[in-house]
Write a new protein. Structure first.
Ligand SMILES: Cc1ncc(COP(=O)(O)O)c(C=O)c1O
Length: 448
């Protein structure tokens, strides 16, 4: 049989791709993919990812404290999850297509209903990532409310991040991401995050069909709302007939020490959007689960049931990764582990805050969703080091101590830790010690 190289000169097979060296990979990336991001990020080239560790092309080990921004709950290249995906392949399942039942997706939806807040979110829509899941939820709430006179708008939160597709930036709380997207959805207003009074005032106008919020704002800077905020939001949404939609894309799947972050307050939303942690870090995945009434109001008739279809909907491989990730997380008690390790981690970082009160403004979070907010660097040093102490500390962690962390998208004063839930106590200790050394170094460099 002729080889692909004989047919398409220069074609890389998967074997070739795995064997690509640093220089070739960088050159290809710069030529064909987004080069500004990699230049600005001074990207690493990892040739191996295993559990909480990466190995770069020069054989150096790095610690994963960001888990691909909250995706890799089960650890990188988790053997159990890969093994389950392999089973799906070996048994030659029917994987794709709109015309037949989907056993794996149906089983995943069943599991998610069992694990949903209060066991009450029993219908599911799937997607291939967070932003698409948000788009799906926007469509759901609009369609479900089409017969409610006067309910024409969506309420969302300032500082919120829901993804970067056009619909998702429309509900997001940052003008920056709407650049060149205007006109975006005109029907969105925003209230300050965590302010229950402002929320009630807005909802009482009767104009809103849905309220969108993250239970902890991730990209906004790991902002934990005041205790009771979600409960009040639930009450107001019920009182004013508003569909309460929570975005658990970053905070879900056990990350905060409960299956869902809303479980901390025993709140049952009407729609819950998920992604990231359910993919095993392997397969693009996302979706929403919702109350049956909302789903039926939107898609429950022959007229509307085809209003949302997508080729990769109910994708078998993604659903298998979801099932396997959940099984691994629960069999290994990783949710409880996230709570205990998170308390330990946050406690240690707060001790650091007490030692460096002029550098660290606040340590926030729940479970293994943790942010550190830093003060501004004195003006005369900003050019060399960045606007906030978060910059030199973040850089030293990545470059000197080989710990992967990153800034929150909507708040440059904050960087965060979203490690795999399997992270070890010793790895947390190493991280905290490294943060302290990086802070001491930043103080030294900005006080010469
Ligand atoms: C809360 C939240 N919503 C939505 C998204 C968008 O998800 P994706 O990047 O998969 O589109 C993110 C991503 O960081 C997120 O944190």
């Amino acid at each position: 049989m002729p080889k692909i190289e004989d047919k398409v000169k220069g074609f890389y097979t998967v074997d070739d791709a795995i064997a690509l060296d640093y220089e070739t990979t960088q050159a290809l990336q710069f030529k064909h993919l987004n080069k500004t991001r990699t230049i600005l990020g001074g990207s690493k080239y990892f040739v191996k990812a295993d559990g909480t560790k990466f190995i770069d092309h020069e054989g150096r080990e790095h610690l994963d404290m960001i888990g691909a921004v909250g995706v890799v709950t089960v650890g990188n290249n988790n053997e159990f999850v890969w093994g389950e995906l392999e089973k799906v392949f070996r048994s030659k399942q029917y994987m794709m297509g709109a015309v037949a039942y989907h056993n794996i997706a149906a089983a995943f939806a069943h599991n998610m209903a069992l694990l949903s807040p209060g066991g009450q979110l029993t219908k599911m829509g799937t997607a291939t990532g967070g932003a698409e899941a948000i788009e799906g939820s926007i469509k759901l709430v609009k369609l479900a409310s089409r017969n409610k006179p006067g309910k024409e708008k969506i309420l969302a939160c300032e500082g919120a991040f829901h993804g970067k597709t056009t619909g998702a930036v429309s509900v997001g709380g940052k003008e920056k991401w709407r650049m060149s997207q205007h006109p975006t959805m005109e029907m969105v207003d925003w209230v300050p995050y965590g302010d229950a009074e402002a929320l009630e005032r807005a909802l009482a106008t009767g104009r809103y069909l849905a309220f969108y919020t993250e239970p902890i704002q991730g990209e906004g800077g790991i902002i934990v709302p005041p205790e009771g905020y979600l409960k009040k939001a639930r009450e107001f949404c019920t009182r004013y007939d508003v569909i309460f939609t929570v975005d658990e894309i970053q905070s879900g799947c056990g990350r905060t020490g409960r299956m869902w972050c809303v479980d901390h307050e025993n709140v049952v939303p009407d729609v819950l959007v998920f992604a990231k942690g359910f993919s095993g870090g392997l397969v693009p995945f996302g979706g929403y689960i919702c109350r049956e009434e909302v789903y039926e109001a939107a898609y429950g008739s022959a007229e509307t049931c085809f209003h949302h279809t997508a080729t990769y909907q109910e994708n078998g491989l993604s659903a298998a990764a979801g099932i396997a990730s959940l099984e691994y997380i629960m069999e290994n008690d990783l949710i409880e582990a996230a709570a205990a390790k998170g308390d330990y981690f946050i406690g240690k970082l707060r001790e650091l805050r007490e030692r460096y009160p002029g550098i660290i403004r606040e340590v926030r979070g729940k479970g293994l969703m943790i942010g550190m907010e830093f003060y501004e660097i004195p003006d005369q040093y900003k050019e060399g080091y960045g606007d906030y102490y978060a910059d030199p500390v973040n850089n030293d962690l990545v470059e000197k101590y080989r710990i992967q962390v990153n800034h929150t998208i909507n708040n440059p004063a904050v960087f965060r830790f979203l490690p795999p839930l399997i992270v070890e106590k010793e790895e947390i200790d190493y991280t905290v010690e490294s943060v302290e050394l990086a802070i001491q170094d930043a103080i030294e460099r900005t006080s010469r």
